[in-house]
Ligand binder design. Sequence first.
Ligand SMILES: C[S@@+](CC[C@H](N)C(=O)[O-])C[C@H]1O[C@@H](n2cnc3c(N)ncnc32)[C@H](O)[C@@H]1O
Length: 312
Amino acid sequence: MTNFSLLELNEIIQELRIILDKTAPHAVVEFIVLNPDIASGTYNGTRIKVEQESAIYRGYKTWLELAHILGCRMLTPKVIDEHFILMHYEKLTQDSFHTSDAQKEEKYGSDSIFSAIHKNEEAGFLHYFTQALQNVKIDERKRVLNLGINSGDEFELIQKISKNFVNLELVGIDYCASAIESAQKKFQNENNVTLLQADINNLNALNLGEFDLIVSIGALQSANLEYKKLMMTLVQNQLSRKGAMILAWPNCRWRDGEMLYGARMKNYAFSEMSNLYKDVIFAKKYLQQKKFRVTITGKDYIFVTATSIQKD
Ligand SMILES: C[S@@+](CC[C@H](N)C(=O)[O-])C[C@H]1O[C@@H](n2cnc3c(N)ncnc32)[C@H](O)[C@@H]1O
């Protein structure tokens, strides 16, 4: 069995890349490393004497991160003894909804790979979205609009954390018929939730009135939307004077069951974030001009949260 416990991380990466090049998707690669439980309060790279040798300490975070960087899923390591563990990396397939050639409206439909994703079960999403909802004081809001609601995950979380859910009036929009149908099923017993199959480009024609909170997660970067124009329309026509916004852009991609860090752009073989930063900074500057306090938070999803600072 390959023992990596004496190698530097740079050497381990080089070795693993060579092995993974020859490995089939879903096959497992095994290697021995120092047992991370051997020490606490210890930074990665610290040398620890084990059996007369100077092994290199690394925690699980680095092993998990490295697995994703190399296009693998980290499986449960096997404990060999108190000093060493056997690490297992399973190579991921290329399966991803990002490569889907479905019709544009059904790319995120109930039969798509996207529909198998449960973002509220991803700690890197849930924590920052919950924080954003708390920052806008969701319990003090009344009318909530969600653009690109898909099957309703965002309203599910609002329902769970809000102390005031029945007093909210929630409207969700998506042009994907099958996704809206799934959302309607989920909320069929909630009279305060309206889910509309509609194109965000035709928002004005829907005459929905003003909202105290507008949420849009992972939808504003869609190629069919004129992002800057939409932002202006939302703030000018759909948001109440003391309203708030939570906007989020994915800084990740979904592949073979894993949420991998880093936005992917066409024509780049690696994660590239220029478009993401451009859109996030536009939102921040525009909303600040319109007298909102704006924060940028998150990791796998970047959240722009805006609350009005207009005087009564
Ligand atoms: C990446 S998904 C995100 C869905 C959901 N907010 C989430 O994070 O799980 C983008 C959603 O926006 C919807 N969408 C994209 N363009 C749209 C448009 N012009 N009008 C309505 N919905 C749109 C898609 O159908 C899809 O459900």
